[in-house]
Design a protein around this ligand. Structure first.
Ligand SMILES: *Cc1c(COP(=O)(O)O)cnc(C)c1O
Length: 376
């Protein structure tokens, strides 16, 4: 059976990237590696749309999140964390693990945060010096208005840290214009790479905070990464094969152009949402991200069985809901290395899975709606 991934990480890795990662290992202290890493660092600046340094870590995306916390803060610091889904909650969990005081701003799942609520919190609790938030909240399918949040954070002279793990390289994301101090991403999402690399961009203002931060850190030290970056090196042995693949995926991104990639994700999201609605189903998010569509499973259908049916009968892995959404939604990713026909295939599989579970629908009605959007 032909297997396909429709999950919001890991995403499909292009053949040309896979082949690069199969090449013999080069030594990480060689001139050859230095050249490779220099090119990667240029590509990362383009990907992040920033003039700031972008640091690379060998870990999944959460490693860069933890790095952001331990490099900026000190024990007892008070921070504002927007909790509108699993990944917003993760910021709070990391901060709490390090003895940082979290002032949560809870947002109903499926809704975007209202930037005015952030302003109100900052005014009510003036000790808050840092705001942690999520751009594309993969657990709820919501996109938050980081540009508006950046404006508020600037007016209050506090730092802004953004989880851009599923938005960098898929959604318009302009950290320098939007006053983002630290932005993080990982390799297995929009970058079309295997899991195992994480990245953080760091602003001048954030580097000032790094100087005074005294939370414990060693492997995650921003200062160590920066020191080695000036020599196009990493402090410790990097994941060389992943980096060789990264150079290729960054080249593909530069070739297509970020503006085109953002537009492609938007078009695919519109087609998928149209298909879901044509099937009489509901899109969960009120302000949906372009990287995935979260579909409410209709009444009477077992969401876990639906996913299993689609995976085992048709070879397509989609993601289920997290936490309170377990069994209640299907998360269809359209992030990364995706074309029109991947969209049509995923929708066709959703239709077949629903039909197998005896939900009444006309096969092809979702595909038709998607075709109408894609063929425009
Ligand atoms: C995938 C993801 C992460 C990081 O998860 P890892 O498994 O550590 O790579 C963080 N935030 C968001 C929004 C994500 O989608």
């Amino acid at each position: 059976m032909k297997k396909r991934l429709s999950t919001p990480g890991p995403t499909t890795v292009p053949e040309s990237v896979l082949l690069k990662m199969a090449e013999p290992i080069i030594h990480h202290r060689s001139a050859e590696y230095g050249e490779l890493f220099a090119q990667i660092n240029q590509g990362l600046k383009y990907l992040f749309q920033t003039e700031n340094e972008v640091l690379t870590f060998t870990s999944s995306g959460t490693g860069a999140m933890e790095a952001a916390v331990v490099n900026l803060l000190s024990p007892g610091d008070k921070v504002l964390v927007v909790r509108g889904g699993k990944f917003g909650e993760r910021w709070a969990e990391i901060c709490t693990a390090y003895g940082v005081q979290v002032e949560p701003l809870d947002v109903e799942w499926g809704h975007a945060v209202d930037p005015q609520q952030i302003a109100a919190k900052l005014e009510a609790v003036p000790e808050i010096r840092t705001v942690f938030t999520t751009h594309s909240e993969t657990s709820t399918g919501v996109i938050n208005d980081i540009e508006a949040i950046g404006q508020i954070v600037r007016e209050h002279s506090v730092l802004l840290v953004v989880d851009g793990i599923t938005s960098i390289g898929t959604h318009r994301f302009l950290p320098d214009q939007w006053h983002i101090d630290v932005a993080v991403t990982g390799s297995q999402k929009g970058l079309m790479l295997s899991p195992g690399l994480a990245f953080a961009s760091v602003s001048q203002k954030a580097w000032e905070m790094v100087k005074s931060s005294n939370l414990p850190k060693y492997y995650w030290s921003f200062s160590a990464a920066k020191k080695f970056l000036t020599k196009n090196q990493n402090p410790y042995t990097p994941a060389v094969s992943l980096l060789v693949g990264l150079k290729k995926s960054l080249e593909m991104i530069q070739e297509e152009g970020l503006e085109n990639i953002w537009a492609r994700h938007q078009r695919h999201a519109q087609a998928t949402r149209a298909a879901v609605r044509a099937l009489g189903l509901e899109v969960f998010a009120k302000n949906p991200s372009n990287i995935l569509t979260i579909v409410r499973v209709p009444e009477g259908i077992d969401g876990k069985l639906l996913l299993k049916t689609i995976r085992t009968k048709y070879g397509i892995t989609m993601a289920g809901g997290q936490a309170a959404l377990a069994g209640k939604v299907v998360r269809i990713s359209h992030m990364g290395y995706i074309d029109d026909f991947d969209i049509l295939t995923a929708i066709a599989a959703l239709e077949r899975g629903l039909k197998d579970l005896e939900w009444q629908l006309e096969l092809g009605s979702g595909v038709t709606a998607a075709q109408q959007v894609l063929g425009e």
